[in-house]
Design a protein around this ligand. Structure first.
Ligand code: FPP
Length: 246
């Protein structure tokens, strides 16, 4: 597995890395079921994949990584799963604090974290503050996030600040929860589902989409390298024709 991962990594063109990778981490529940365990067991094992992908992006030099960790719709899940996930976030943020600091990684969030349970919000705010000056990479967790919420939230802010004015694309992006984060160049979704599920709808206008059957708890560096290699083979035209890209 390690040799395979190293071989794949050596094929990556460092000059053509995506500057921002976004991930819909899906399949934790199915992974738990396959292992005869409750759903939360899948989320616990998903943390291993979070660690691997964060480490791999930092090693490669990908400066932005965004993970869809909890959507506004996820509140509809059984209460036990929701509280398990909130507890897992606190535990993970606390456990990974030293690693984030040592590796110069800034923790950031998008979404309305004011609505998270106090213990989760406080652990996140503490980690965000402690890592605020880190420069190597920004790890953004989308929490209590949905793209429609983010778009409407921006519209409602702009209605107050830009009454009777025309709103430009940059006014709009600056009003968004994810202001300052560049658009993702690569979006990965695990577990075989081929949907965007209300994630970064505005920002994904030109994003390359990559779907893999691998369930999130099984996702390792090797899988990330495969996604990046696939991305590097694509021609990104942004509305132009091939000949104009040379
Ligand atoms: C989707 O799988 C996964 C989630 C809703 C939560 C993701 C959370 C983690 C990986 C753990 C904590 C994360 C961090 C960043 C510390 P699913 O439950 O929808 O799986 P299913 O589709 O198989 O049911």
């Amino acid at each position: 597995m390690q040799i395979m991962a190293d071989q794949l990594a050596s094929l990556i063109d460092a000059s053509k890395l995506p500057s921002h990778i976004a991930v819909i981490m899906d399949g934790n529940g199915r992974w738990a079921k396959q292992n005869g365990q409750p759903r939360i067991f899948g989320h616990h094992n998903g943390v291993k994949a979070v660690r691997e992908v964060t480490e791999a992006c930092a090693e490669l030099g990908v400066p932005w990584l965004t993970l869809y960790a909890f959507s506004t719709e996820n509140w509809k899940r059984p209460a036990m799963e929701v509280s398990g996930l909130m507890g897992l976030l606190v535990e993970t943020v606390k456990n990974e604090m030293l690693t984030l600091l040592k590796n110069d990684i800034r923790l950031h969030t998008i979404g309305d974290i004011s609505k998270l349970p106090n213990s989760t919000r406080l652990a996140l705010e503490d980690a965000i503050q402690q890592t605020a000056n880190n420069k190597r990479m920004t790890l953004t967790l989308a929490l209590n996030y949905s793209a429609r919420w983010e778009i409407l939230d921006a519209v409602n802010k702009l209605v107050k600040t830009h009454a009777h004015q025309t709103v430009s694309e940059s006014d709009f992006t600056e009003a968004m929860s994810g202001a300052g984060i560049p658009d993702p160049e690569l979006l990965i979704r695990t577990s075989g589902e081929k949907r965007i599920s209300n994630f970064l709808l505005w920002q994904c206008a030109y994003t390359e989409l990559y779907f893999t059957e691998t369930l999130w708890p099984d996702f390792r560096k090797q899988h990330l390298y495969e996604a990046i290699l696939n991305f590097q083979q694509r021609e990104r035209r942004f509305g132009k024709i091939s000949e104009q890209l040379i």
